[in-house]
Design a protein around this ligand. Structure first.
Ligand code: 2M8
Length: 481
């Protein structure tokens, strides 16, 4: 199939320029910037979230190097002594989010930087990717400042990755352990149901708390987690607190312990970028150790994430998170199984197996949805819910990763469908947090930072229009990789 941009896509490209979608996206980022960092959405999230900030810095890198640098500096200034980058840095004056900073009690329990109140969890380590973008897109006159920033953040990124490869991987697999679903960023993907349900909790220990999230959404409780699930999520943090967030104890005693595909893929891709940053600032002292981390990930990825333990027998979408407590795979069909396309770890001769699923009607690849973008859960499963948070809706950051993954393997046509599909969604519903895959209806927070930011990247990155203007390019063609 030749991959010329279709007439419709051409019209869409035009509309990116003419209806000022990029300007509108920038306006979202401007409105959410509070002078220190960018909040994910004015509706639900008044603090700084770790991977949101990295995605947001990617969008800002095109027009505002300085703000992108400040965003990352704020987050990494709150890094813990042991290298952990917390998933939330709290804005102490904001009261509209539960749990608030004091709930975590981090200051009393662990050595952190005094000026910051943080959570105790991680999120996918996509930050080295953002740092590289800031360098790549640096505005005229900002080059020295950016190099200085890279020299500042490089050791901090290394410390974070070292934390992940030690405290979060005592087994030495190159794969990241999560102690809480929030750590994966894909908060209530159906993969967490079973490990959460297995927790033995006395009724009296299930905390009671206000659902400020549902209140913020005007009562739309069908779009968020159930009370029962939320209770278990908060219970887990209470248990972590009891163990003083001590990773040694958590690895030994904690009831929730899962090797996670999202965090592991993010770390692998981030390691590639860390190597590039090392080259840019001419610091290769740590290159060998980074390569070693990557080799471990490559060696163990299929061992841990496929039930056969081998890539040669990889069938369909059977790449699953591994539950270290149950010692079993969490066999739920979600977009998590397709995400490894982003990492580039899947061998070329096996990539069709995964791409066939990306093209499948169960993942909106056959013209059966509002747009040909991937939902978070297989449409055909009993646990798919089109409007509920991570249990079905389309998320832009996940589609952005799959878009770049497909391009890396040469699947330009399918990648382009995803890019245009994202545009179709935001044109219909604005920069929402997530979208109903069938209707394109916008859900969750409005003016959502990473949706805006990643749209800026998709339509500002000049590489993304290549090689779509050539008639001889075929999807998956090796010679274009
Ligand atoms: C969602 O997570 C927070 C908890 O961290 C929440 O539900 O309250 C997730 O979508 C997460 O990936 C995201 O970083 C965060 C802020 O956008 O919201």
């Amino acid at each position: 199939m030749a991959v010329l941009i279709s007439g419709e896509d051409n019209r869409r490209q035009q509309s990116v320029k003419s209806n000022g979608i990029i300007q509108k996206a920038k306006a979202v980022l401007d409105a959410n910037w509070n002078g220190r960092f960018t909040i994910p959405s004015p509706v639900l999230y008044p603090h700084q979230w770790s991977w949101d900030s990295a995605f947001i810095a990617i969008g800002n890198s095109y027009a505002d190097t300085s703000r992108a640098v400040r965003e990352m500096k704020h987050l990494f200034s709150a890094q813990w002594e042991n290298g952990m980058v917390p998933h939330i840095v709290f804005n102490e004056t904001a009261k509209s989010y539960y749990p608030a900073g004091d709930f975590y009690g981090v200051r009393e329990l662990r050595t952190t930087k005094d000026d910051y109140i943080t959570s105790c969890l991680i999120q996918p380590p996509v930050h080295a990717i953002a740092a590289y973008y800031i360098y790549k897109n640096a505005q005229e006159g900002q080059r020295e400042r950016v190099l200085e920033f890279l020299r500042w953040i490089y050791p901090k990124l290394l410390d974070f990755h070292r934390y992940l490869t030690t405290y979060r991987d005592p087994e030495g697999t190159g794969l990241v352990t999560v102690f809480h679903p929030w750590e994966s960023g894909l908060d209530n993907l159906p993969v967490w149901d079973e490990p959460l349900a297995r927790l033995k909790i006395e009724k009296s220990k299930i905390p009671k708390f206000p659902r400020l999230d549902i209140k913020a959404l005007g009562g739309a409780k069908e779009t968020r987690e159930r009370d029962e699930t939320y209770g278990r999520l908060i219970y887990l943090i209470n248990r972590m607190k009891e163990l003083r967030y001590d990773e040694e104890k958590l690895n030994r005693d904690f009831p929730f312990k899962v090797k996670d595909i999202m965090c592991s893929c993010a770390m692998y891709v981030a390691n590639k970028h860390l190597l590039m940053i090392g080259e840019i600032i001419q610091d290769d002292k740590n290159s060998d150790i980074i390569r070693q981390w990557m080799r471990k990930t490559e060696f163990n990825f299929f061992k841990y994430f496929t039930p056969t333990g081998k890539v040669d027998t990889l069938e369909a979408d059977d790449l699953y998170n591994y539950d270290l407590r149950k010692e079993d795979w969490i066999r739920r069909r979600t977009v998590l199984s397709l995400l490894p396309v982003y990492s580039g770890i899947i061998p070329r001769e096996k990539i069709d197996v995964v791409v066939n699923w990306i093209n499948h009607s169960h993942y909106c690849g056959a013209g059966n949805c509002f747009a040909p973008v991937l939902p978070s859960t297989d449409l055909d499963e009993s646990y798919f819910i089109p409007q509920n948070y991570w249990r079905g809706p389309v998320w832009i950051n996940i589609n952005w990763m799959i878009y770049y993954g497909l391009r890396n393997y040469g699947f330009y046509h399918r990648a382009e469908e995803i890019r245009q599909g994202i545009l179709k969604l935001v044109e219909k519903s604005g920069f929402r947090e997530y979208f109903n895959p069938f209707t394109g209806e916008g859900l969750g927070g409005t003016n959502f930072g990473w949706t805006a930011s990643l749209v800026i990247d998709l339509f500002s990155n000049a590489d993304n229009d290549k090689p779509l203007n050539r008639t001889d390019v075929k999807d998956g063609a090796d010679e274009y990789k």
